[in-house]
Structures are given as structure tokens and as C-alpha cells.
Design a protein around this ligand. Sequence first.
Ligand code: GAL
Length: 134
Amino acid sequence: MKTVLEVFDVDMKIGDTVKIKVFIEPEADRFAINLGKDDFDLALHLNPRFDDDEDGQVIVFNSKEDGEWYTEQREDSVLFEKGEYYKFCITFLEEKFEIKLADYVLEFPNRSSMDIITFLSVQGDVRVKSLKFD
Ligand code: GAL
């Protein structure tokens, strides 16, 4: 996936929220929002896919340590539409990430008990409309 946005030296502590609004390209295949220490150490990889080989439309969640992906978690209850805007409010908690969308709340465990997020990236077939750290 192409890199759309990378922010280094992020200062997100437990309890903090980042709000990201994206526009999904009309011909999108997939995109991802990542939080962690760097591209080799991700506590959250949130990866909506429109045409996954196994599941078709699905959100793949994973984490990465030392460049190695861990076990995927998959969620197929949230359907995104291409050519639309979506706002993700991601709250970083000690035990999990809470991801709020307009009509859904998703969760992914903070598997490596990361206590500070210093890296954020957005990849794939989206444009970033807004980004705010709260
Ligand atoms: C891989 C994919 C990565 C990432 C990972 C998550 O197959 O190439 O971009 O999404 O799955 O487990």
C-alpha cells in the first residue's frame, strides 16, 4: 500500500484520542491506519479491505513487532463505501484501542502493552481530510 501520511514524534499517551477523517477513493482496494512506535512496531494496524481473498469486504486488525505481523483479527460487521468520507476516533487505552465510527465502536487489544504512541501512518487508497490529536 502506498504511504499517504506519516507522522513521527507523535505524543499520544494513555487516554488520548486521535481523530482522522478520510475520503475513500472511488476505486479503492484497501487502506490502513497505523499507530505504534515506527513502521516495524505497530500496536494497531486497522486495515479495511474491499476485496480480500478470503473474506471479500472485511476489516483486518493486527499488530507488528520487530517487523513481524502477529495474528490477525477480522471483523466483517462494518461496511465502508467507496467514494465516501469516514471519521475514525481512536482512543488509546492501557488494555485496548477503542475505534469509534459514526455508527459503530470497534476494539483491538493493546497486545504489547505499549504505553506511548510516537508514530501514526495512513496508507492505501484514501485521502486525508483532517487529522486532530486530542
Ligand atoms: C498482510 C498485508 C499487510 C497487512 C497484514 C496484516 O497480508 O500485506 O499490509 O495488512 O497482512 O496482517
